[in-house]
Design a protein around this ligand. Structure first.
Ligand code: GDP
Length: 424
């Protein structure tokens, strides 16, 4: 059985926590897209961790954690993350890396940095982890597959091709030092030796695992609104954040994905630039940011303050639809306990017309939020274990959101810890 855990919003919905929780009953957890550009925060009995590349299932001894072919694989970063877990007392996780995953190279990070600097005020707000240059190279067919590291002739030929095109840009567009083929080859040799123990034909492995009835989790990064195709293009990430892509980025049949748990945040937050209709500013935003998440809403990778906003039913309904959500995990609800009244965005006003449909970016730029206001519950709901014990106004908020998005909310998360969860 395959389950996907994905985000309906801009990311940072709390997917890491839900994955860590559900990994307990799973055999295999797979990252299928993205790279080390976003983080998942996980709090369990080993401590507090910010994982970037490893799947959030690495804290259990019975699980196998997989980096699928769809991921941007930064090998030294992966090694560092593995070491840092072991240093903090986590048993060394079982890791497999797809032989078809491609390498995020140091020059991808450089190109990302150079391009952001070149665009200056018009930049995409990249985390400068090399993700956009990585995926561009993958589709331009000058990416390096893990499997290629093990064939000296293939890798030499690939490197000389890469240097030919990259060096033109480095010299004439960015005026930066050129790539040296011998140095790149040496880097590839080092990467080969680091990754060799983990390399696996992942889709064949998963084919067998599915035959044996194993439970598999696909862990998404970021959320629907950052999807390259269906998100707020061009302020999107460079890989698909959708559950459907899990089939491709892991190498399994699409019909095996039976359950799409879509994680929805009780308010909105976003990192980086891009359309965000229900964004709030000033003291109102500062207070929500300070109280939000676990110890404030600051990016797990960059430490940047997240942009804050009220719950956006238009964006979230769309985000759930495009994921194909079968159920919703509603998170960080505890954070809203301080508010007398809670605005919820239920429509967008565009050119004088109110719509409930999330439009493409050009129209989205003109959208103004239409709010309805719900009463707050004015208490701390952390520690509550059953739905009935939640304050009435809190249940009303949940049920209002559920009706707006049209997907059953089966889990309510009322704290950052593994056990802070209410099953409905
Ligand atoms: P992810 O990328 O979707 O895994 O999300 P992040 O880990 O970047 O952000 C979620 C943040 O919210 C983290 O700091 C979590 O520890 C925290 N978190 C998750 N669920 C809850 C919750 O129900 N309540 C509170 N207060 N914090 C939560």
């Amino acid at each position: 059985m395959v389950r996907a855990i994905v985000g309906a919003n801009w990311g940072d919905e709390g997917k890491g926590k839900i994955t860590d929780m559900l990994a307990k009953e799973s055999d295999i957890i797979i990252r299928f897209q993205g790279g080390s550009n976003a983080g998942h925060t996980i709090i369990n009995h080993y401590g507090k961790f910010a994982l970037h590349l490893l799947p959030s299932g690495v804290f259990y001894e019975h699980t196998t954690s997989i980096i699928g072919n769809g991921v941007a694989l930064n090998i030294p970063y992966l090694m560092k993350e593995l070491d840092s877990l072991v240093e903090r007392g986590v048993p060394k996780p079982r890791i497999l890396v797809s032989d078809r995953a491609q390498l995020l190279m140091p020059y991808h990070v450089l190109f990302d940095t150079y391009e952001e600097a070149r665009l200056a005020g018009k930049s995409f707000g990249s985390t400068k982890s090399g993700i956009a240059p990585f995926y561009s190279d993958k589709y331009a067919k000058i990416g390096i597959q893990v499997s290629e590291l093990f064939d000296e002739d293939v890798i030499k030929e690939k490197i000389s091709r890469i240097c030919e095109t990259k060096n033109v840009l480095l010299e004439h567009l960015y005026h930066k030092p050129l790539l040296v083929p011998e140095e790149l080859l040496e880097t590839c040799h080092q990467y080969r030796d680091m990754i060799a123990p983990y390399v696996c034909d992942v889709s064949a492995y998963l084919h067998e695992a599915l035959k044996e009835g194993k439970t598999i989790l696909l862990e998404g990064q970021l959320g629907s609104l950052k999807d390259t195709d269906h998100g707020i293009y061009p302020m999107v990430t460079s890989s698909s954040t959708l559950a459907a892509y899990g089939a491709i980025g892991a190498g399994i049949p699409p019909y095996e994905i039976k359950d799409i748990i879509t994680v929805v945040k009780a308010y909105s937050s976003a990192v980086g630039a891009g359309e965000f209709v229900s964004e709030i500013f000033g003291d109102e935003a500062d207070e929500l940011r300070r109280r939000g998440g676990d110890g404030g809403e600051f990016g797990a990778t960059t430490g940047r303050p997240r942009r804050m906003g009220w719950f956006d039913a238009v964006a979230t309904r769309y985000g759930c639809r495009i994921q194909g959500a079968t159920e919703v995990a509603f998170t960080v609800l505890d954070v809203l306990g301080y508010l007398d009244e809670i605005p919820v965005c239920i429509g967008y006003e565009i050119d004088g017309q109110v719509t409930r449909d999330f439009p493409a970016t050009v129209k989205l730029k003109k959208a103004k939020p239409v709010y309805t206001v719900l009463p707050g519950w004015k208490c701390d709901i952390r520690g509550i274990k059953s739905y009935e014990e939640l304050p009435e106004n809190c249940r009303k908020y949940i049920e209002f959101v559920e009706k707006e998005i049209g997907v059953p909310i089966t889990m309510v998360s009322n704290g950052p810890g593994r056990d802070d969860i209410i099953m409905r």
